[in-house]
Design a protein around this ligand. Structure first.
Ligand SMILES: Cc1cc2nc3c(=O)[nH]c(=O)nc-3n(C[C@H](O)[C@H](O)[C@H](O)COP(=O)(O)OP(=O)(O)OC[C@H]3O[C@@H](n4cnc5c(N)ncnc54)[C@H](O)[C@@H]3O)c2cc1C
Length: 522
């Protein structure tokens, strides 16, 4: 970075964050000739690449191997290890080595990302960005690059990674520790952060960031909350040999997913040894000091008439959900309206409703889009186009798939049955347990199912040039099963493009594959 770049005070666009949303918009505007500055308080790269999707999927990949081998134990897969029970794995995860492998993906990211910004001519800043006026941002150097964690007092910080990065990528300002820059436009793309919890002893909770960088996996882990992060991590940890419990406050975990399929996933999770307690809100977490180490988790066992109960664990992980990361931004000073649970309030062009110089994309933005990587990237594309050519593009959130990367994965796109009912739509449901289908049987997977909602056309409804059969659009698809994270994309395509059931059935998919099963699901 040339000193002259750092001395520069005015930019066409200031981007806050270096995740998927930030990066997408920054490159697009820079390549159109704009001057662009980008700021992050943590190592460059954002959640997906460093602390989310990518590292997680590396661990899921390893857990998947253990699961596959275990499932096939009585069907021709063997080694010399003695196994005491059917679920005892023939092979084991070596956590430290797996973590080292994971780090080969995450560790190069900050440096590569920053070099790539420099190559593109984007000016980079390290520090916390705060609004000082509607078009001004103050960048304050932060020492641990870890500010955006609402549960700051985490005891288990085993994570040397951030410190290493900090040494290499400290603030490169002009001598002082604060700098103010002006932006003709500003993009807020600060992502999300674990929801602050009101539990006594919440400071003992480990975040997902830290779980994904654990040097050792403890033998007893409790996950607080039954969201997708808890389920994914629980499936990893169970396959790596830990005893795992999920405590979920209400009756239905994984609220955004089809409840019938969630029930099958619960059975699978229990089958691999995960203890799931529903109606079990956590009240207190206490550090055990006498005679042993670990934590005591107090919860109400509402299935047992609200009886108070406790469970002991070596580690307690926050899996109770995430909220937009608005802390530190001083949005009021920037005249930016927001909702602390939903994010920056934007209009249909993703522009702040109160400050026309400001746009927002990704997890931090209050839109109908789910907090997912493809959505963050898509919204940022739209923001960049609207910045460069004036407001003209609006996001279309139809047919965006979402997956719980358990083993097997639970995948979903489009409407839930309740939504279709609420909307008064006429639809047909195909809902089946598919564990006796060839695709599940050949891998000895006993837990698989699907539910597809298809719009039923009635004479004269649907309009347009289509005949009746052409009106049988896919409304929603929900699949629990091997490779469902890939198969769901076929339904996503159908929903987004408005393809009818007949159009899909006209496809000839390769065989034998899970995609081929789509024909039988319709
Ligand atoms: C454990 C986990 C697993 C996930 N798995 C998946 C998955 O499998 N598939 C999927 O699609 N999505 C997944 N997600 C969600 C996905 O990671 C996010 O939707 C996506 O990364 C959001 O991108 P973003 O650009 O909006 O924000 P982020 O990538 O979070 O980037 C925001 C950046 O802003 C920085 N920042 C925040 N405040 C400030 C400030 N005041 N000043 C300067 N910088 C600031 C942060 O340090 C951060 O680097 C997962 C998330 C988690 C936590």
């Amino acid at each position: 970075m040339k000193d002259s770049d750092l001395d520069k005070k005015e930019f066409d666009l200031i981007v806050i964050g270096t995740g998927v949303a930030a990066t997408t918009a920054a490159y697009k505007c820079k390549s159109a000739g704009w001057s662009v500055a980008i700021i992050d308080s943590r190592p460059f790269g954002g959640t997906c690449a460093l602390r989310g999707c990518d590292p997680k999927k590396v661990l899921v990949g390893a857990a998947d191997i253990v699961e596959s081998v275990t499932r096939m134990k009585s069907y021709g897969i063997s080694n010399e290890n003695k196994c005491d029970s059917e679920r005892d794995p023939l092979i084991k995860i070596k956590w430290k080595e797996l973590m080292n492998f994971k780090r080969t993906f995450t560790e190069p990211v900050p440096k590569n990302r920053e070099e790539s910004f420099h190559k593109a001519g984007i000016t980079t800043f390290h520090g916390i960005a705060k609004f000082t006026a509607p078009n001004s941002i103050k960048i304050i150097e932060n020492n641990n690059h870890n500010e955006d964690n609402n549960n700051n007092n985490i005891l288990h910080n085993q994570n040397k990674f951030y410190n290493k990065i900090e040494d290499n990528h400290g603030y490169e300002g002009v001598g002082d520790r604060e700098k103010v820059i002006e932006g003709k436009f500003i993009l807020i793309s600060t992502g999300s952060t674990p929801i602050p919890l009101k539990i006594q002893g919440k400071e003992h909770l480990m975040t997902s960031d830290q779980f994904l960088d654990l040097d050792n996996l403890p033998s007893k882990i409790v996950f607080v909350g039954g969201g997708y992060i808890s389920f994914e991590f629980a499936h990893i940890a169970a396959r790596a040999g830990s005893r795992v419990t999920i405590l979920h406050r209400s009756e239905k975990p994984l609220g955004n997913f089809d409840s019938d399929l969630v029930n099958v996933l619960l059975q699978k999770s229990q089958d691999i040894g995960i203890d799931i307690k529903l109606n079990a809100p956590v009240n207190k977490i206490e550090k055990v000091t006498e005679n042993s180490e670990g934590f005591l988790i107090y919860f109400s066992n509402n299935d047992k008439e609200g009886k108070n109960d406790t469970i002991k664990a070596d580690l307690v992980v926050h899996g109770a959900g995430r909220v937009p990361n608005l802390s530190n931004l001083n949005l009021d000073v920037g005249n930016i309206k927001y909702d602390s649970r939903k994010g920056v309030s934007v209009n249909e062009y993703l522009q702040s409703i109160s400050n026309s110089s400001v746009y927002s994309a990704g997890d931090v933005s209050d839109t109908q889009g789910l907090p997912l990587t493809p959505v963050a990237s898509y919204e940022a594309e739209i923001v960049a186009s609207n910045l460069l050519q004036g407001n003209h593009l609006k996001p279309n959130y139809k047919g965006i798939p979402s997956v719980v990367f358990t083993i097997p994965p639970l995948s979903s796109v489009g409407m839930l049955e309740e939504e279709a009912k609420e909307k008064g739509l006429i639809y047909k449901v195909t809902h089946q347990n598919s564990s006796n289908w060839y695709s599940s049987k050949r891998i000895n997977e006993k837990f698989s199912a699907f539910k597809i909602l298809i719009e039923e056309s009635s004479q004269g409804s649907g309009g347009g040039e289509s005949n009746n059969t052409e009106n049988s659009k896919i409304l929603g698809a929900h699949i629990l099963g091997h490779n469902s994270e890939e198969v769901i994309n076929i339904f996503a395509l159908a929903i987004r493009l408005g393809l009818s059931k007949e159009k899909i059935k006209d496809m000839l998919f390769s065989y034998p594959t899970n995609s081929y099963d789509v024909n039988y699901m319709l």
